[in-house]
Design a binder for this molecule. Structure first.
Ligand code: VGL
Ligand code: ZN
Length: 222
């Protein structure tokens, strides 16, 4: 893997996906161990930027009453529904509502090197797990064009959650032909339903996604 000039893509490292930290309460959709990945992400961020790479961060950014909220359908989190646009949309607790604390990035995430913040899931009627395509699997977020115009060929992914937004982003990234590497200690999964993290990892591997620890990646960036 050639990581000089790579993109570090930090997925949804936001308060609502993190358990309580420094006096704050649990996020609405807290992922177990979510806060533990801030340190490896910060180390990768500095190293990637120092080697001429770029750092981008996605931000789940939902309007109130978003289609992915169980509360919008008198349903409960974990239920799966068909919406007019998307079949099998999983429902979640209200989370990452635009402009709220839960939508803010984790306070300890180093944003200095981040040159692009990509907001997704901002349409009320359509969710977006992937950083590349919304959940209709057609509507582009514009990230592919940004990468191509900068000549970036390799993408290192970290963030939350392994089995949803990291998974869909990595799968699209690999399918678009970018060398795609998941930083194994810089991701955590929601594990809904049970087994989803293991399935996601197996599917990513089958699709040619590579896996490396942040220390291996940092070694390569030295
Ligand atoms: C995510 C569920 C709902 C994620 C976002 O970041 O993985 N999961 N919205
Ligand atoms: Zn969401």
């Amino acid at each position: 893997m050639n990581t000089a000039g790579a993109l570090l893509l930090i997925i949804d490292m936001q308060n609502d996906f993190c358990p309580a930290y420094s006096g704050q309460g649990d996020g609405a959709l807290a992922v177990k161990g979510g806060g533990e990945i801030v340190q490896p992400l910060n180390a990768l961020s500095a190293a990637v930027a120092a080697k001429g790479g770029r750092v981008a961060a996605t931000q789940d950014w939902h309007p109130a009453c978003h289609v992915s909220f169980a509360s919008s359908h008198n349903s409960k989190p974990g239920d799966v529904i068909d919406t007019p646009i998307v079949k099998n949309q999983m429902l979640w607790p209200d989370h990452c509502v635009q402009g709220t604390w839960g939508a803010d990035f984790h306070e300890q995430l180093d944003m200095k090197q981040v040159s692009l913040i990509l907001r997704k899931g901002f349409r009320k009627e359509l969710d977006s797990y992937s950083a590349f395509f919304e959940n209709d699997r057609k509507t582009s977020t514009g990230l592919e064009g940004w990468l191509r115009s900068l000549g970036i060929k390799t993408v290192i992914l970290g963030g939350l959650a392994t089995d949803y937004c990291v998974f869909f982003s990595a799968m699209d990234c690999a399918a678009l032909g970018f060398e795609t590497i998941v930083a194994t200690d810089a991701v955590r999964g929601v594990e809904i339903p049970q087994g989803s993290v293991e399935n996601a990892i197996a599917e990513m591997k089958a699709a040619g996604v590579e896996f490396a620890s942040s220390s291996e990646l940092l070694e390569g960036l030295r």
